[in-house]
Structures are given as structure tokens and as C-alpha cells.
Write a new protein. Structure first.
Length: 417
């Protein structure tokens, strides 16, 4: 850090401020986590310097003998963890990861069956504001919040037969349940569609065998980001059956991207190696324990959670129904006491996305720091206090100090105090 301090004091100051923020607060955004010292070191390694367009053994530049080793290790570990026949580790993040799959199998105007954004889907699952939503015909299905977020698969079968999608897509960014992939596969087989699961949020929980693996149910394509529950750097992976390996690889490069970020792939390889260890399985178990415990404590206080609980690492709180405040206000209030969440739309939200009716809460990052059920109970109490007494500034100051004190007793990986 001394080099940055000497060369660019402004950037150094921002880095130090962010370090302090992370140490003194709790990251409760489900898509955020802390990487290990080894992953952080790999991400900032000398592979930052290297161009490596192409794939191992088939590069367009010289001097790639070491990058080939790194990428091959990452691909092998991904295949082993997810029981996949093929893996591509070059997507730069989650959105281009999914885009590469669409470009591989679809022509403009083709139909995809995907989850509605307000019910838990992602922008790349066909929301009209995304370029993919304009290029392809996305037919969006919904959940039944009044029935714990279950999906009506009889209705989904009817819609699929009518829409005749080329891809049946399941996966989510704010859906607190697990999927029965068998039902999606049955629908896809009925209409002759390819099955695709975007498990960006739960990739680490699947790798640890703590949540269902789509490949165990015959899925064709599985995509995941590497920086959420997998605790890696920002990146994406596409895994698929062997028969689709060539078309997927060509869609990523040269179809969509140029040179891969080899420093990120190096860090992905390290993170996947960590995910193969018994300690990671224990971590994944605790993420789920913490999430379910936190959800129960919040609901016991009369707080409304979308789907009335959780099967995974996250939950969505309806702050309008629970406290009479929108999600943006709730996010800002919790931020003042070092509890970082994100505003979130709820199913068929009447409010706009930038001022929605809820917040999204997750346990991966807190669990990485070693927090368990006792800390989750404190967090539930703090959230309830802050959101139910939003104008009690003295109490807010007290809670902020309590949160800070607790946080400083838990190390943040990759950060030296």
C-alpha cells in the first residue's frame, strides 16, 4: 500500500476509508463477501500484465505457457466442484456470462422463459430495460408470495407450450427459496428447450453440496458468478454439457469478449481451490444456519418477509408493510448504524425501483467473518430498533456504537488492522 500512498494520496485515502468502513460495519448485502488473503493477492498479481486471447493451447499471443496452467486449473476445479462436463472461466462478470449463452443459442426475436425481476429474477433474465430484453422475446413467470413464494408449474407448463421458448431459464437474484430443477427440466423437455440455470447467488452453496445442483437433474447450462457465495474475485463461469462446449467457448471468445482478465482467473482458481476444502463446506452450512435463524428472529418481531422465510442465504423484507417506510429510506437508516443492506423491489412492487418497498438481506459476508446465531440475533434486534424508531437519534447513536464494537471483534479477511 505504501506505493499508492506515495504516488496517489487521494486514492490511498479512499482505500483507507473503505477499509475502516468494512471493519466497523456488517455487509448484509447477499451478493457481497470478503475474499481471503490468497484470493486478494492473486487478483492483484502480475497476471494483470498479460494478454491471453484464446484458450489454453490456442492463444493468439505468445508467452502464455503460465496463463495456460492457471486457466486449466480453474476449469478443472470448476468441473469437479459442480460435476460439470465443461467449464469456461473467462466471462468478465455475471451479465456478459448470461449474454454469451443467449448469443450461443438464440437468434434475435427468439423466446426465453425467465423469472420476473420483481419476483426475484435478474436484469439479464429479460427485463425490458436491458439490451437482452430488447433483443430477445422474454416471457416472464412469477411466484406466489402468498404461498411462500412457490411456483405454479402447471401454469408454467401451459405458458411454455404457448410461448415455445428456446431456453427455459431458472435462477434468481432476490428469491429466498431453492428450486426443484426437476420441474423445470420436465417443462423444457416437453417443449424441446435448452435448460439454463443462473446460480450466481448460490454457486458456493451448490459447490459445497448444501443446495441442489442443476446438473444432477440433467440441466444443459449452468452459469454462476464467482464473487458471491463462492468468495472469489468478480467474474463469471459458464458450465455445460460437453456437447455445448465448442459453441459456448466461441460465444465467449471471440463472439463477445477479447482478452480475458488473467489476474481474475488466477484468483478464481485460488477461490475454487478453497471451495474444495472441508472448511468451505462448514462455512456454507453456517451461511444457511445464520440466514434461517435471522429470518426466524425477524419474523418473530412481526416483520414481513417475502416468501415468509428462506431456503438460502438471503431474505427480502417488506419495509412498507412492516414499518411504513420505503426500502430506500430503510437502507439509508441502517447504513447510519453500519448495517449495509440494499433496497429491493418486492413481487409486483407498486413503487419504483429506486424507491422500492423492501430491502434485501444476506448472511454470506457476516459468516465469513465468523459470526453465528448469537450475532444474528443481535442484528435482528438492531434492525427492528432502527426501523421502528427511525427518528430516535440518540438510540441510533447507541446502536451504531454497539454494531461497531461487535464488528471490531471479528476479523475481515484480507484486511490488516
Amino acid at each position: 500500500m505504501s506505493a499508492i500512498q506515495q504516488q496517489d494520496p487521494q486514492i490511498f485515502a479512499a482505500l483507507e476509508a473503505e477499509k475502516k468502513r468494512q471493519m466497523e460495519g456488517i455487509e448484509m448485502i447477499p451478493s457481497e463477501n470478503y475474499v481471503s488473503d490468497a484470493v486478494l493477492e492473486a487478483n492483484g498479481s502480475i497476471f494483470t500484465n498479460k494478454y491471453a486471447e484464446g484458450y489454453p493451447g490456442k492463444r493468439y499471443y505468445g508467452g502464455n505457457q503460465n496463463t495456460d496452467i492457471i486457466e486449466e486449473v480453474a476449469r478443472t476445479r470448476a468441473k469437479e466442484l459442480f460435476r460439470a462436463e465443461h467449464a469456461n472461466v473467462q466471462p468478465l462478470s455475471g451479465s456478459p456470462m448470461n449474454q454469451a449463452v443467449y448469443f450461443a443459442f438464440l437468434k434475435p426475436g427468439d423466446t426465453v422463459l425467465g423469472m420476473d425481476l420483481s419476483h426475484g429474477g435478474h436484469l439479464t433474465h429479460g427485463h425490458p430495460v436491458s439490451h437482452m430484453g430488447k433483443l430477445y422475446n422474454f416471457v416472464r413467470y412469477k411466484t406466489h408470495p402468498e404461498n411462500e413464494g412457490k411456483i405454479d408449474f402447471d401454469e408454467l407448463m401451459r405458458v411454455a407450450k404457448e410461448a415455445k421458448p428456446k431456453i427455459v431459464l431458472c435462477g434468481y437474484t432476490s428469491y429466498p427459496r431453492d428450486y426443484d430443477y426437476r420441474d423445470f427440466k420436465k417443462i423444457a423437455d416437453e417443449v424441446g428447450a435448452i435448460t439454463m440455470a443462473d446460480v450466481a447467488h448460490i454457486g458456493g452453496l451448490i459447490a459445497a453440496n448444501e443446495m441442489r445442483n442443476p446438473f444432477d437433474y440433467g440441466f444443459d447450462i449452468v452459469t454462476t458468478t464467482t464473487h458471491k457465495t463462492l468468495r472469489g474475485p468478480r467474474g463469471g463461469m459458464i458450465m455445460c454439457k460437453k456437447q455445448y462446449a465448442e459453441i459456448i467457448d466461441k460465444s465467449v471468445f471471440p463472439g463477445l469478449q477479447g482478452g480475458p482478465h488473467m489476474n481474475a482467473i488466477c484468483a478464481i482458481a485460488v477461490a475454487l481451490g478453497e471451495a474444495q476444502k472441508p472448511e468451505f463446506k462448514e462455512y456454507a452450512k453456517q451461511v444457511l444456519k445464520n440466514s434461517k435463524f435471522l429470518a426466524e428472529k425477524l419474523m418473530s418481531k412481526g416483520i414481513k418477509l417475502v416468501t415468509n422465510g428462506t431456503d438460502n442465504h438471503m431474505m427480502v423484507m417488506d419495509t412498507v408493510q412492516s414499518f411504513g417506510i420505503d426500502g430506500k429510506t430503510a437502507e439509508q437508516l441502517l447504513d447510519t448504524v453500519h448495517l449495509t443492506v440494499n433496497k429491493q423491489v418486492i413481487p409486483d412492487d407498486p413503487n419504483p425501483p429506486l424507491k422500492p418497498s423492501g430491502i434485501r438481506i444476506g448472511t454470506p459476508a457476516a459468516t465469513t467473518r465468523g459470526m453465528k446465531e448469537a450475532e444474528m440475533e443481535k442484528i435482528a434486534n438492531w434492525m427492528h430498533k432502527i426501523l421502528s424508531e427511525k427518528d430516535n437519534t440518540e438510540m441510533h447513536k447507541q446502536v451504531a456504537e454497539e454494531v461497531k464494537k461487535m464488528c471490531l471483534s471479528f476479523k475481515v479477511p484480507g484486511i490488516k488492522a
